[in-house]
Design a protein around this ligand. Structure first.
Ligand SMILES: Cc1cc2nc3c(=O)[nH]c(=O)nc-3n(C[C@H](O)[C@H](O)[C@H](O)COP(=O)(O)OP(=O)(O)OC[C@H]3O[C@@H](n4cnc5c(N)ncnc54)[C@H](O)[C@@H]3O)c2cc1C
Length: 407
Protein backbone atom coordinates (compact mmCIF):
# COMPACT_ATOMS: atom_id res chain seq x y z
CA UNK A 1 0.00 0.00 0.00
CA UNK A 2 1.28 3.52 -0.84
CA UNK A 3 0.13 6.74 0.84
CA UNK A 4 0.92 10.29 -0.26
CA UNK A 5 0.17 13.08 2.19
CA UNK A 6 1.35 16.59 3.14
CA UNK A 7 2.17 15.61 6.72
CA UNK A 8 2.72 12.15 8.22
CA UNK A 9 2.37 11.84 11.98
CA UNK A 10 4.13 8.87 13.58
CA UNK A 11 2.09 8.00 16.70
CA UNK A 12 -1.62 8.44 17.38
CA UNK A 13 -1.48 9.14 21.11
CA UNK A 14 -3.13 12.19 22.64
CA UNK A 15 -0.53 14.53 21.11
CA UNK A 16 -0.44 12.92 17.67
CA UNK A 17 -4.22 13.05 17.24
CA UNK A 18 -4.54 16.62 18.57
CA UNK A 19 -1.74 17.75 16.25
CA UNK A 20 -3.42 16.03 13.29
CA UNK A 21 -6.66 17.91 13.94
CA UNK A 22 -4.79 21.21 14.31
CA UNK A 23 -2.79 20.76 11.09
CA UNK A 24 -5.83 19.36 9.28
CA UNK A 25 -7.80 22.49 10.20
CA UNK A 26 -5.44 24.53 7.98
CA UNK A 27 -6.42 22.49 4.89
CA UNK A 28 -3.24 20.41 4.70
CA UNK A 29 -3.66 16.65 4.26
CA UNK A 30 -2.51 14.70 7.33
CA UNK A 31 -2.11 10.96 7.95
CA UNK A 32 -1.59 9.48 11.42
CA UNK A 33 0.15 6.11 11.68
CA UNK A 34 -0.12 4.19 14.93
CA UNK A 35 1.27 0.77 15.74
CA UNK A 36 -1.67 -0.29 17.92
CA UNK A 37 -5.33 -0.69 16.88
CA UNK A 38 -7.67 2.21 17.68
CA UNK A 39 -9.98 -0.17 19.60
CA UNK A 40 -7.11 -1.04 21.95
CA UNK A 41 -6.27 2.61 22.54
CA UNK A 42 -9.97 3.47 23.09
CA UNK A 43 -10.47 0.74 25.68
CA UNK A 44 -11.10 1.84 29.30
CA UNK A 45 -8.25 -0.40 30.46
CA UNK A 46 -5.69 1.20 28.11
CA UNK A 47 -4.95 4.32 30.16
CA UNK A 48 -6.12 4.86 33.75
CA UNK A 49 -4.84 8.43 34.05
CA UNK A 50 -6.77 11.65 34.11
CA UNK A 51 -5.31 14.88 32.77
CA UNK A 52 -5.57 18.34 34.24
CA UNK A 53 -6.38 20.15 30.99
CA UNK A 54 -5.17 23.73 31.48
CA UNK A 55 -7.30 26.66 30.34
CA UNK A 56 -5.11 27.22 27.24
CA UNK A 57 -5.38 23.56 26.18
CA UNK A 58 -9.15 23.71 26.67
CA UNK A 59 -9.28 26.73 24.33
CA UNK A 60 -7.46 24.71 21.69
CA UNK A 61 -9.71 21.66 22.07
CA UNK A 62 -12.72 23.95 21.79
CA UNK A 63 -11.35 25.58 18.61
CA UNK A 64 -10.78 22.11 17.10
CA UNK A 65 -14.32 20.91 17.87
CA UNK A 66 -13.17 18.39 20.49
CA UNK A 67 -14.25 20.10 23.71
CA UNK A 68 -18.01 19.66 23.18
CA UNK A 69 -17.43 15.93 22.78
CA UNK A 70 -15.92 15.60 26.27
CA UNK A 71 -17.27 18.54 28.29
CA UNK A 72 -19.85 16.37 30.12
CA UNK A 73 -16.91 14.42 31.58
CA UNK A 74 -14.84 17.48 32.53
CA UNK A 75 -14.58 18.55 36.16
CA UNK A 76 -13.59 22.22 36.67
CA UNK A 77 -10.67 22.80 39.06
CA UNK A 78 -11.46 25.81 41.26
CA UNK A 79 -8.78 25.55 43.93
CA UNK A 80 -5.43 23.84 44.36
CA UNK A 81 -4.23 23.07 47.89
CA UNK A 82 -0.58 22.09 48.40
CA UNK A 83 0.37 20.42 51.69
CA UNK A 84 3.60 19.07 53.12
CA UNK A 85 2.85 15.87 55.00
CA UNK A 86 3.92 12.52 56.35
CA UNK A 87 1.93 9.35 55.74
CA UNK A 88 1.64 8.53 59.43
CA UNK A 89 0.50 12.07 60.29
CA UNK A 90 -1.69 12.76 57.27
CA UNK A 91 -1.51 16.20 55.70
CA UNK A 92 0.75 18.69 57.48
CA UNK A 93 -0.01 22.30 58.30
CA UNK A 94 2.19 24.34 55.93
CA UNK A 95 0.07 24.83 52.86
CA UNK A 96 -0.27 26.84 49.74
CA UNK A 97 -3.71 27.77 48.52
CA UNK A 98 -4.35 28.70 44.89
CA UNK A 99 -7.83 30.13 44.35
CA UNK A 100 -8.83 30.63 40.68
CA UNK A 101 -10.82 33.79 41.56
CA UNK A 102 -7.53 35.61 42.11
CA UNK A 103 -6.69 35.41 38.40
CA UNK A 104 -10.14 35.56 36.80
CA UNK A 105 -13.57 33.93 36.54
CA UNK A 106 -12.46 30.81 34.70
CA UNK A 107 -11.35 27.63 36.53
CA UNK A 108 -7.61 26.76 36.34
CA UNK A 109 -8.50 23.94 34.06
CA UNK A 110 -10.53 20.75 33.99
CA UNK A 111 -9.80 17.22 35.07
CA UNK A 112 -10.79 14.72 32.37
CA UNK A 113 -10.06 11.00 32.33
CA UNK A 114 -7.69 10.19 29.46
CA UNK A 115 -10.12 7.57 28.09
CA UNK A 116 -12.65 10.36 27.43
CA UNK A 117 -10.05 12.69 25.86
CA UNK A 118 -8.80 9.88 23.62
CA UNK A 119 -12.27 8.91 22.39
CA UNK A 120 -13.24 12.53 21.75
CA UNK A 121 -10.05 13.04 19.72
CA UNK A 122 -10.64 9.84 17.73
CA UNK A 123 -14.24 10.87 16.98
CA UNK A 124 -13.11 14.31 15.83
CA UNK A 125 -10.40 12.73 13.65
CA UNK A 126 -13.02 10.44 12.06
CA UNK A 127 -15.07 13.54 11.15
CA UNK A 128 -12.11 15.59 9.87
CA UNK A 129 -12.11 15.59 6.06
CA UNK A 130 -8.37 16.19 5.69
CA UNK A 131 -7.16 13.70 8.33
CA UNK A 132 -6.67 9.96 7.89
CA UNK A 133 -5.87 7.59 10.77
CA UNK A 134 -4.09 4.39 9.77
CA UNK A 135 -3.78 1.61 12.38
CA UNK A 136 -2.40 -0.80 13.35
CA UNK A 137 0.61 0.18 11.24
CA UNK A 138 4.11 0.37 12.71
CA UNK A 139 6.50 2.80 11.05
CA UNK A 140 9.65 0.71 10.73
CA UNK A 141 12.00 3.30 9.27
CA UNK A 142 11.98 6.93 8.14
CA UNK A 143 14.04 8.10 5.19
CA UNK A 144 14.43 11.81 4.42
CA UNK A 145 15.80 13.56 1.34
CA UNK A 146 15.62 17.09 -0.05
CA UNK A 147 12.10 16.62 -1.42
CA UNK A 148 10.19 14.08 0.71
CA UNK A 149 10.06 12.03 3.89
CA UNK A 150 9.46 8.34 3.16
CA UNK A 151 7.97 6.13 5.86
CA UNK A 152 8.65 2.42 5.58
CA UNK A 153 5.63 0.64 7.01
CA UNK A 154 4.82 -2.97 7.75
CA UNK A 155 2.55 -2.98 4.69
CA UNK A 156 4.21 -0.62 2.21
CA UNK A 157 5.47 2.95 2.15
CA UNK A 158 4.12 6.45 2.68
CA UNK A 159 5.47 9.71 1.40
CA UNK A 160 5.06 13.18 2.95
CA UNK A 161 6.50 16.69 2.76
CA UNK A 162 6.99 16.58 6.53
CA UNK A 163 7.05 13.78 9.13
CA UNK A 164 6.27 14.54 12.78
CA UNK A 165 7.44 12.17 15.50
CA UNK A 166 4.72 11.80 18.17
CA UNK A 167 5.90 8.34 19.16
CA UNK A 168 6.40 9.04 22.87
CA UNK A 169 9.31 9.53 25.26
CA UNK A 170 12.85 9.18 23.85
CA UNK A 171 11.29 8.77 20.42
CA UNK A 172 12.90 5.95 18.40
CA UNK A 173 12.16 7.98 15.24
CA UNK A 174 14.10 10.99 16.56
CA UNK A 175 17.00 8.88 17.82
CA UNK A 176 17.27 7.11 14.45
CA UNK A 177 17.54 10.60 12.92
CA UNK A 178 20.54 11.32 15.18
CA UNK A 179 18.71 13.49 17.74
CA UNK A 180 20.11 13.12 21.26
CA UNK A 181 18.38 13.40 24.63
CA UNK A 182 19.33 14.62 28.09
CA UNK A 183 17.60 13.12 31.12
CA UNK A 184 17.35 10.33 33.61
CA UNK A 185 14.95 7.77 35.05
CA UNK A 186 13.35 8.70 38.37
CA UNK A 187 13.67 6.21 41.23
CA UNK A 188 9.88 6.58 41.51
CA UNK A 189 6.84 5.19 39.67
CA UNK A 190 3.33 6.66 39.47
CA UNK A 191 0.54 4.45 40.84
CA UNK A 192 -2.80 5.60 39.44
CA UNK A 193 -6.36 4.70 40.42
CA UNK A 194 -9.82 6.23 40.84
CA UNK A 195 -11.64 6.51 44.16
CA UNK A 196 -15.16 7.30 45.27
CA UNK A 197 -15.73 9.32 48.44
CA UNK A 198 -18.77 10.08 50.54
CA UNK A 199 -18.57 13.89 50.39
CA UNK A 200 -18.19 16.21 47.34
CA UNK A 201 -14.70 17.56 46.55
CA UNK A 202 -16.03 21.01 45.51
CA UNK A 203 -13.53 21.10 42.61
CA UNK A 204 -10.49 21.25 44.91
CA UNK A 205 -7.29 19.48 43.78
CA UNK A 206 -4.88 18.45 46.55
CA UNK A 207 -1.19 17.75 46.33
CA UNK A 208 0.41 16.20 49.43
CA UNK A 209 4.17 16.16 49.37
CA UNK A 210 4.99 12.88 51.10
CA UNK A 211 8.60 11.71 51.65
CA UNK A 212 8.60 9.24 48.70
CA UNK A 213 6.95 11.69 46.32
CA UNK A 214 3.77 13.66 45.71
CA UNK A 215 0.32 12.16 46.32
CA UNK A 216 -2.16 14.01 44.11
CA UNK A 217 -5.95 13.95 44.62
CA UNK A 218 -7.54 15.23 41.43
CA UNK A 219 -11.30 15.92 41.35
CA UNK A 220 -13.35 14.06 38.72
CA UNK A 221 -17.05 14.40 37.91
CA UNK A 222 -19.35 13.17 40.71
CA UNK A 223 -17.98 12.20 44.11
CA UNK A 224 -14.87 10.73 42.49
CA UNK A 225 -11.17 11.60 42.37
CA UNK A 226 -8.24 10.37 40.35
CA UNK A 227 -5.12 9.61 42.42
CA UNK A 228 -1.51 9.82 41.30
CA UNK A 229 0.58 8.26 44.06
CA UNK A 230 4.27 8.77 43.29
CA UNK A 231 6.22 6.17 45.23
CA UNK A 232 9.70 4.58 45.26
CA UNK A 233 9.80 1.95 42.50
CA UNK A 234 10.04 -1.07 44.83
CA UNK A 235 7.21 0.19 47.03
CA UNK A 236 5.07 0.99 43.98
CA UNK A 237 5.58 -2.59 42.74
CA UNK A 238 4.63 -3.87 46.21
CA UNK A 239 1.49 -1.66 46.21
CA UNK A 240 0.51 -3.06 42.81
CA UNK A 241 0.84 -6.61 44.22
CA UNK A 242 -1.42 -5.97 47.25
CA UNK A 243 -4.89 -7.49 47.33
CA UNK A 244 -7.78 -5.05 46.90
CA UNK A 245 -8.50 -4.58 50.62
CA UNK A 246 -4.85 -3.93 51.53
CA UNK A 247 -4.41 -1.55 48.58
CA UNK A 248 -7.52 0.38 49.59
CA UNK A 249 -6.20 0.63 53.16
CA UNK A 250 -2.88 2.11 51.91
CA UNK A 251 -4.78 4.61 49.78
CA UNK A 252 -7.06 5.57 52.70
CA UNK A 253 -4.02 6.07 54.99
CA UNK A 254 -2.61 8.65 52.58
CA UNK A 255 -5.91 10.21 51.51
CA UNK A 256 -7.21 10.91 55.01
CA UNK A 257 -10.89 11.20 55.94
CA UNK A 258 -11.63 14.80 54.94
CA UNK A 259 -14.09 13.57 52.25
CA UNK A 260 -15.48 10.73 54.39
CA UNK A 261 -14.81 7.03 53.67
CA UNK A 262 -12.91 6.34 50.42
CA UNK A 263 -13.22 3.28 48.18
CA UNK A 264 -11.13 2.34 45.14
CA UNK A 265 -13.20 1.79 41.99
CA UNK A 266 -11.84 -0.23 39.08
CA UNK A 267 -8.29 -1.29 38.34
CA UNK A 268 -4.93 0.33 39.25
CA UNK A 269 -2.13 1.23 36.88
CA UNK A 270 1.55 2.02 37.26
CA UNK A 271 3.70 4.25 35.07
CA UNK A 272 7.52 4.55 34.98
CA UNK A 273 8.71 8.15 35.36
CA UNK A 274 11.63 9.79 33.60
CA UNK A 275 12.92 13.10 32.36
CA UNK A 276 13.78 13.03 28.67
CA UNK A 277 14.57 16.30 26.90
CA UNK A 278 15.53 16.35 23.20
CA UNK A 279 18.46 18.60 22.25
CA UNK A 280 16.83 19.33 18.88
CA UNK A 281 13.15 19.56 17.96
CA UNK A 282 13.71 19.25 14.23
CA UNK A 283 15.86 18.00 11.37
CA UNK A 284 15.21 18.34 7.65
CA UNK A 285 11.62 17.04 7.02
CA UNK A 286 11.20 15.98 10.65
CA UNK A 287 9.73 17.70 13.73
CA UNK A 288 9.20 16.36 17.27
CA UNK A 289 6.02 17.02 19.30
CA UNK A 290 4.85 16.00 22.79
CA UNK A 291 6.66 13.38 24.86
CA UNK A 292 8.86 12.65 21.82
CA UNK A 293 10.41 16.09 22.45
CA UNK A 294 10.09 16.29 26.26
CA UNK A 295 8.85 13.82 28.86
CA UNK A 296 8.63 15.48 32.29
CA UNK A 297 7.76 14.49 35.86
CA UNK A 298 3.94 14.57 36.34
CA UNK A 299 4.26 16.50 39.63
CA UNK A 300 2.41 19.53 38.24
CA UNK A 301 0.30 17.76 35.58
CA UNK A 302 1.91 19.68 32.72
CA UNK A 303 3.22 17.02 30.27
CA UNK A 304 0.26 16.84 27.91
CA UNK A 305 -0.41 20.55 28.19
CA UNK A 306 3.13 21.25 26.96
CA UNK A 307 2.51 18.85 24.08
CA UNK A 308 -0.71 20.63 23.12
CA UNK A 309 1.19 23.93 23.14
CA UNK A 310 3.78 22.35 20.81
CA UNK A 311 0.97 21.21 18.50
CA UNK A 312 -0.53 24.70 18.42
CA UNK A 313 2.85 26.38 17.82
CA UNK A 314 3.94 23.94 15.08
CA UNK A 315 0.58 24.34 13.33
CA UNK A 316 0.91 28.12 13.34
CA UNK A 317 4.48 27.99 11.99
CA UNK A 318 3.52 25.51 9.25
CA UNK A 319 0.36 27.41 8.25
CA UNK A 320 2.24 30.70 7.96
CA UNK A 321 5.04 29.04 5.96
CA UNK A 322 2.51 27.38 3.61
CA UNK A 323 0.77 30.74 3.04
CA UNK A 324 4.09 32.34 2.14
CA UNK A 325 4.84 29.51 -0.31
CA UNK A 326 7.75 28.15 1.77
CA UNK A 327 8.68 24.47 1.93
CA UNK A 328 6.95 23.18 5.12
CA UNK A 329 9.61 20.49 5.58
CA UNK A 330 12.59 22.86 5.32
CA UNK A 331 14.68 22.92 8.46
CA UNK A 332 14.73 26.77 8.46
CA UNK A 333 10.92 26.71 8.80
CA UNK A 334 10.94 24.00 11.49
CA UNK A 335 13.58 25.86 13.52
CA UNK A 336 11.02 28.65 14.10
CA UNK A 337 8.96 26.07 15.96
CA UNK A 338 12.01 24.83 17.85
CA UNK A 339 12.95 28.37 18.95
CA UNK A 340 9.39 28.95 20.12
CA UNK A 341 8.98 25.81 22.22
CA UNK A 342 12.28 24.31 23.34
CA UNK A 343 13.19 26.81 26.06
CA UNK A 344 9.71 26.70 27.66
CA UNK A 345 9.62 22.89 27.70
CA UNK A 346 13.17 22.49 28.99
CA UNK A 347 12.62 25.06 31.75
CA UNK A 348 9.39 23.31 32.79
CA UNK A 349 11.05 19.86 32.74
CA UNK A 350 13.97 21.03 34.89
CA UNK A 351 11.68 23.04 37.19
CA UNK A 352 9.50 19.98 37.85
CA UNK A 353 12.63 17.93 38.45
CA UNK A 354 13.85 20.44 41.06
CA UNK A 355 10.49 20.55 42.83
CA UNK A 356 10.36 16.75 42.93
CA UNK A 357 13.86 16.62 44.47
CA UNK A 358 13.06 19.32 47.00
CA UNK A 359 9.82 17.72 48.16
CA UNK A 360 10.51 13.98 47.86
CA UNK A 361 12.56 13.67 51.02
CA UNK A 362 12.10 13.78 54.76
CA UNK A 363 15.25 15.59 55.97
CA UNK A 364 14.32 17.95 58.81
CA UNK A 365 16.26 21.04 57.55
CA UNK A 366 14.81 20.59 54.04
CA UNK A 367 11.30 20.22 55.49
CA UNK A 368 11.77 23.40 57.50
CA UNK A 369 13.06 25.34 54.48
CA UNK A 370 10.29 24.26 52.14
CA UNK A 371 7.69 24.95 54.84
CA UNK A 372 9.08 28.46 54.98
CA UNK A 373 9.08 28.72 51.16
CA UNK A 374 5.48 27.50 50.82
CA UNK A 375 4.35 29.87 53.55
CA UNK A 376 6.12 32.81 51.88
CA UNK A 377 4.64 32.12 48.42
CA UNK A 378 1.23 31.73 50.06
CA UNK A 379 1.54 35.21 51.55
CA UNK A 380 2.90 36.88 48.38
CA UNK A 381 0.08 37.72 45.96
CA UNK A 382 2.28 38.25 42.85
CA UNK A 383 4.16 34.94 43.40
CA UNK A 384 0.87 33.11 43.94
CA UNK A 385 -0.62 34.64 40.80
CA UNK A 386 2.52 33.74 38.76
CA UNK A 387 2.15 30.05 39.70
CA UNK A 388 -1.59 30.16 39.00
CA UNK A 389 -1.06 31.55 35.49
CA UNK A 390 1.53 28.81 34.87
CA UNK A 391 -0.96 26.16 36.05
CA UNK A 392 -3.62 27.56 33.73
CA UNK A 393 -1.16 27.44 30.80
CA UNK A 394 -1.68 31.12 30.09
CA UNK A 395 1.93 32.31 30.33
CA UNK A 396 4.59 32.90 27.68
CA UNK A 397 3.96 33.54 23.98
CA UNK A 398 0.60 31.93 23.35
CA UNK A 399 -0.06 30.28 19.96
CA UNK A 400 -3.39 31.31 18.40
CA UNK A 401 -5.07 27.94 19.03
CA UNK A 402 -4.37 28.25 22.76
CA UNK A 403 -6.16 31.59 22.66
CA UNK A 404 -9.11 29.77 21.09
CA UNK A 405 -8.53 31.37 17.66
CA UNK A 406 -8.39 29.55 14.32
CA UNK A 407 -4.96 29.47 12.63
C1 LIG B 1 1.23 9.24 36.02
C2 LIG B 1 1.13 10.32 34.98
C3 LIG B 1 0.22 11.37 35.14
C4 LIG B 1 0.14 12.40 34.20
N1 LIG B 1 -0.74 13.43 34.40
C5 LIG B 1 -0.75 14.48 33.53
C6 LIG B 1 -1.62 15.62 33.74
O1 LIG B 1 -2.38 15.72 34.71
N2 LIG B 1 -1.56 16.65 32.85
C7 LIG B 1 -0.72 16.61 31.77
O2 LIG B 1 -0.71 17.60 31.01
N3 LIG B 1 0.07 15.54 31.52
C8 LIG B 1 0.09 14.49 32.37
N4 LIG B 1 0.90 13.42 32.14
C9 LIG B 1 1.71 13.38 30.91
C10 LIG B 1 0.91 12.87 29.69
O3 LIG B 1 0.18 11.72 30.04
C11 LIG B 1 1.86 12.58 28.52
O4 LIG B 1 2.61 13.75 28.29
C12 LIG B 1 1.09 12.22 27.25
O5 LIG B 1 0.21 11.16 27.46
C13 LIG B 1 2.06 11.87 26.12
O6 LIG B 1 1.35 11.63 24.93
P1 LIG B 1 2.08 11.39 23.53
O7 LIG B 1 0.98 11.32 22.53
O8 LIG B 1 3.15 12.41 23.32
O9 LIG B 1 2.85 10.01 23.68
P2 LIG B 1 2.31 8.51 23.89
O10 LIG B 1 1.07 8.48 24.71
O11 LIG B 1 3.48 7.73 24.39
O12 LIG B 1 1.89 8.01 22.43
C14 LIG B 1 2.83 7.52 21.51
C15 LIG B 1 2.07 6.75 20.44
O13 LIG B 1 3.00 6.42 19.39
C16 LIG B 1 2.74 5.12 18.93
N5 LIG B 1 3.98 4.61 18.30
C17 LIG B 1 5.19 4.47 18.90
N6 LIG B 1 6.10 4.02 18.02
C18 LIG B 1 5.45 3.90 16.82
C19 LIG B 1 5.85 3.51 15.50
N7 LIG B 1 7.12 3.14 15.22
N8 LIG B 1 4.92 3.50 14.52
C20 LIG B 1 3.65 3.86 14.75
N9 LIG B 1 3.21 4.25 15.99
C21 LIG B 1 4.11 4.28 17.00
C22 LIG B 1 2.29 4.35 20.18
O14 LIG B 1 1.50 3.22 19.82
C23 LIG B 1 1.49 5.42 20.92
O15 LIG B 1 0.11 5.37 20.61
C24 LIG B 1 1.00 12.37 33.07
C25 LIG B 1 1.91 11.31 32.89
C26 LIG B 1 1.99 10.31 33.84
C27 LIG B 1 2.99 9.19 33.64
Amino acid sequence: MKTDTDIAIIGGGLNGTALALALGSTGLSVTIFDASPQDTRSDDAFDGRATAIAAGSRNMLRALGVWDRLSDDAQPIHDILVTDGRVSQGAGTSFLHFDHREVGDEPFGNLVENRHIRRALFDAVADAPTVEHRHPVRVKRLERDTARATLHLEDGTASARLAVACDGRSSPTARAAGIRYAGWDYPQAGVVCTVEHARPHEGVAHEYFLPSGPFAILPLTGNRSSLVWTEKKALAAAAMALDDAAFEAEIARRFGRFLGPVSVTGPRWTYPLSLSLAYDYCAPRLALVGDAAHAVHPIAGQGLNLGFKDAAALTQVIAEAARRGEDIGAVEVLQRYERWRRFDNTAMGLGMDAINRLFSNDLTPVRALRGLGLGLVNRMGPARRFFMRQAAGLSGEMPKLLQGKAV
